[in-house]
Design a protein around this ligand. Structure first.
Ligand code: GLC
Length: 474
């Protein structure tokens, strides 16, 4: 089967969050299972900077209502997955992937361009799988315009982040997408008085998915759906939750090239943890004071509960813990973290930005991994931490509920992390109290760590579910 993934980011070329992991590892797993996959991406400056060997397939024009924008498509292959990169320097030759006031226009160009690029590449997909608001208009475009090339193409939308709805002024519909205002007036793509590309995807895609079973239920519930429950209920029968996996080749403590000591869940685990921990602490230039080492690797976004983590960690640091962070994002959160480091410069370390080597060291060398998210459609880091035998501390929400069984929780016969429910400081402090209890009983700690390491987080099962879904429509 021929699948076109249209995403705004994908490893190994560009990444700001988990979408990049999923776009690539799902594609890789589909290719392994025998499907033909292309991943269509914008040709960002960050990709151009890598000077990869690319093949130019051709130039074309993207018609955006009365405008015509030039574009070219380049092809690149990595581990059996083919990437189609859409070049237009005006839109994509910028420092960051997103965050510009013309993002709505940039991704209108991308969505329209992706369809043209598939033609230039001669790739006639059975399924076009779009991700999040940036490409979510494609199902609507296919259902409301004549295009014989895509006659038999079916569409799937995956919601990774319901907080971003692709809100555009009404005039975008006609003026950029070349679609009729009727779609707005009828309510099909209207959301709070504007056009929402995400809503249009929910309405027009043949199937809609999100990235965990619990988040699917949340999205159907007014209190947790961020406004999407109404429209999703209309599509309830075509809406499924499929849990993400992790790339078990990239994230493998036995072969990881970034960590001081490779290990498995055998008897070398304890020694490896100590070696990796010393290496981690010295990479950040901080000292061990005898307490647990807490790690955090995340986009610094309100979604991730960073504010809660900072306040609880201030107390833990005062009692001899270490706290190490890799991430970047919202300015205020970066500032608050800097402030905490000023107060605890000997025991706390931060790397603002993404640093792959340091991230790997945190997963291997920390005792606990913090992820107290406000909401979390799936979450990938908690699964990576488990695979590295580092117990995650999470809030029970979305995919965190599906992947972590908290120590001392009813129903957790085999705990593989620490968890709390209420999004407040008491909640997180409660879980940190449990973490300290587990830490002071190293036999118990390592029993949980070994169990967590043995959980099957490969993409195989999830990819099979996507394949079934594709085959149910195409
Ligand atoms: C988004 C979600 C995260 C999920 C990821 C990949 O970043 O916030 O929970 O794991 O997408 O699906």
């Amino acid at each position: 089967m021929k699948i076109a993934m249209v995403a705004s980011e994908s490893l190994p070329l560009c990444k700001t969050g988990g979408l990049a992991d999923v776009a690539f590892s799902l594609s890789k797993a589909l290719v392994k299972a025998g499907d033909e996959v292309v991943v269509v991406l914008p040709f960002y400056q960050a990709i151009a900077d890598r000077h990869l060997k690319l093949q130019k397939l051709g130039g074309f024009f993207v018609q955006m209502s009365w405008r015509q924008q030039g574009a070219a498509v380049f092809s690149y292959e990595h581990e059996g997955v083919r990437f189609l990169l859409i070049q237009n320097d005006y839109y994509f030759s910028r420092e960051s992937l997103y965050g510009y006031n013309d993002d709505g226009e940039r991704f209108a160009f991308f969505s329209l361009g992706a369809l043209e690029a598939l033609k230039v590449a001669g790739f006639r997909p059975d399924v076009i799988h779009v991700h999040d608001w940036q490409s979510a208009m494609i199902p609507c475009l296919l259902k409301n315009r004549e295009d014989p090339y895509f006659d038999h193409a079916k569409t799937v939308l995956t919601i990774h982040n319901p907080a971003f709805k692709g809100m555009l002024d009404k005039y975008f519909l006609n003026d950029f997408y070349g679609l009729s205002d009727v779609l707005f007036d009828s309510g099909a793509v209207r959301f709070e008085g504007m056009v929402s590309t995400l809503k249009s995807g929910i309405v027009f895609a043949d199937k809609v998915t999100t990235v965990s079973p619990t988040h699917r239920e949340e999205l159907l519930t007014p209190a947790f759906s961020q406004g999407l429950d109404g429209v999703l209920r209309l599509r309830e029968r075509d809406f499924v939750g499929i849990l993400n996996g992790i790339d078990t080749e990239e994230w493998n403590p036995r072969t990881d090239v970034y960590i001081a000591q490779n290990y498995g869940k055998g008897k070398d685990l304890e020694d490896a943890k100590h070696l990796n921990q010393s290496d981690l602490l010295s990479s950040f230039g901080v000292n061990w004071m005898g307490g647990p080492v807490y790690g955090l690797v995340s986009r610094l976004s309100f979604q991730k509960g960073i504010g809660l983590a900072i306040r609880s960690m201030r107390r833990a640091l005062a009692h001899g813990a270490n706290f190490l962070v890799v991430g970047s994002g919202e300015y205020e959160l970066e500032q608050e973290l800097e402030e905490l480091r000023r107060d605890y410069s000997g025991t706390m370390g931060i790397y603002i930005g993404y640093n792959n080597a340091l991230a790997h060291k945190i997963y291997a060398g920390s005792d606990f991994f913090l992820m107290p998210s406000l909401f979390e459609p799936c979450g990938i880091s908690q699964m990576i931490a488990q695979r590295y035998g580092t117990l995650p501390i999470v809030r029970y929400t979305g995919g965190l509920s599906d992947t972590v069984h908290g120590y001392r929780d009813l129903g957790s016969s085999r705990p593989d992390g620490l968890a709390f429910r209420d999004y407040n400081e008491q909640g997180l402090d409660y879980a940190i109290g449990l973490a300290e209890e587990a830490y002071s009983n190293q036999g118990l700690y390592y029993e949980m760590a070994r169990w967590a390491m043995g959980l099957d987080r490969s993409w195989k099962k999830s990819a099979a579910r996507y394949r079934d879904l594709y085959r149910s429509i195409a």
